[in-house]
Design a protein around this ligand. Structure first.
Ligand code: ZN
Length: 151
């Protein structure tokens, strides 16, 4: 028997991952010691979040956590972001965000050089490109990280 994974089944699959992250977010809470923090707000949806970061001396994200109140997309995206950026350099986070932003807006993305499991995680949120008003929900935590790292 042949099973076809069609587009809407894939969407359902992603939806389940998003709901799981929303229910059980990774790296949730306040980092006791943090060197950077930033808040993000999306008034259009009511999402609010705070990210906490610890950088190594070589500009690598040693640890990250976040707290959030908001829709499932914003919380799931922050959870996925925290998993993906941990251990990455500030520069790598910049290019990952560039890639993720293109994924959310539906722009063409050439295959990035990053580990495919990171990309697979980020692709879970690619469905927002069909809902332009939700792009901000998905990118909010990334923008907060970017602003935290901008000294
Ligand atoms: Zn939202």
């Amino acid at each position: 028997m042949l099973y076809h994974i069609n587009k809407s089944m894939l969407d359902d699959l992603y939806q389940k991952v998003i709901l799981d992250h929303n229910k059980n977010p990774s790296n949730y809470g306040v980092l006791d010691k943090h060197t950077y923090m930033a808040e993000g707000r999306n008034p259009l949806c009511g999402d609010q979040l705070t990210v906490y970061l610890n950088l190594n001396s070589d500009n690598t994200i040693e640890d990250i956590s976040f707290e959030a109140k908001g829709c499932a997309i914003s919380v799931a995206s922050a959870s996925i972001m925290s998993e993906v950026v941990k251990g990455k350099s500030v520069d790598e986070v910049g290019s990952l965000f560039e890639y993720f932003h293109k994924l959310c807006t539906g722009e063409e993305t050439e295959n990035p050089v990053y580990q495919s499991d990171d990309i697979e995680k980020l692709k879970v949120l690619s469905g927002v490109k069909k809902f332009p008003s939700r792009i901000k929900c998905a990118t909010l935590s990334w923008q907060a990280v970017q602003s935290a790292l901008k000294v």
